[in-house]
Ligand binder design. Sequence first.
Ligand code: DLL
Length: 437
Amino acid sequence: MIWNPNKECMSRDEMSALQGKRLHKIVEYVYHNVPFYRNKLQEMDITPDDINTIDDIVKLPFTTKQDLRDNYPYGLQAAPQSEIIRVHASSGTTGNPTIVGYTRKDIGVWSECMTRCLTAYGITRDDTFSVAYGYGLFTGGLGAHYGVENLGAAVVPTSTGNTEKHVRLIRDLGITGIACTPSYALYLAETMDKMGITKDEIKLRAGAFGAEPWTENMRKEIESRLGLKGYNLYGLSEIMGPCVSYECSEQHGSHICEDHFYPEIINPQTLERLPNGETGELVFTTLTKEGMPLLRYRTKDLCSLMEGDDCPCGRTAVRMTRIVGRSDDMLIIRGINVFPSQVESVVLSMEEFAPRYLLIVDRVNNLDTLQVQVEVRPEYFTESFDSLAPIAALEKKLSDKLKSVLSISAKVQLKAPNTIERSQGKSKFVIDKRVLN
Ligand code: DLL
């Protein structure tokens, strides 16, 4: 089944014409409603009348996460606040999160695109579907939720946590579909094992997995342990949330909702546009968004694009490969985006610590763990560390601060001065022991 064949199966010429028309409109809209873009376009001597076809997009400036931070909180919002009906946020590199406001129309587009994804995964109105992404500022929970409702399946908003209860619900309600991070899917399988529940006792048949990188081997493991078919789901809050692209039954790349999100691949160093098939940084322009439209937003995700026309599923929309890496140092830990610079800013804000720290990321029983090692300054170390109590108090102070900035808990380990290894060349602040294979 295809949810919206009119849009998902357009000929290339029709799609390019629609994209060109929408691009002109969105450039006109931001020109008149977002001073940040008006100034940029004026500096480049471009007016909306210069943008008439989708190929004109190369004339437009890029937008970065830094631009969003510099204009925190609402500087890039185009719609008046009275039109905004939902606000989400995602982590910034330091300090300010990225705020995204959605109008009623945006929420409608989001739900429509999310429904396209679910339909491609084979979900129908007859399914009972558990949304186990976090509900809250993160876009995963509510984004998937609205898509399931729009489709007409029964949504069970399980969110994260309380995994044993979730397993019982999956069994007792005959839940057939699930959306969660791939690592949480493995954790669910592990919890089922511990509870003595086998995959024959549950009816799961399709999973919408995303929000973090995963591999074909993880797919095989999840599929065999939960007895379902696992599909990739990709998205990012700045552009919308989950729904930007989705796998079809062919599972050969993910079709992009390109009538709403126009993709490009660039060389992250030269910013030159790359042809299909070459790996580079993924860039999106929102073609219809009202709340916070973005021109050529640099996602920092690395992948390549391929045409969609030859996909046997019948969809023609362009496909993207899996994300193969990032062009910045962002980590995704338990589905939450974490920048090492956030940890650094917390460490530097406390006088007890030297600016020497190390993040150790690992995966234990399919759950990501984060340990932060940090060196105590000599004066604090000699004065107060003759008993264990001050150590514990200082550890707690740091871990509380980290939790409030990162939104995930980290295990803190205090180190004596000059004990964190110095590297000869570039300092290494992160050791990621998770092997994705
Ligand atoms: O993670 C939105 C989402 C929720 C997508 C649920 C899919 C499912 P952010 O928190 O803004 O939004 O993080 C976006 O997560 O730039 C990628 O680096 C990464 N990411 C998201 N989906 C995938 C995926 C949500 N399927 C950032 N594979 C993105 C690999 C992914 N990485």
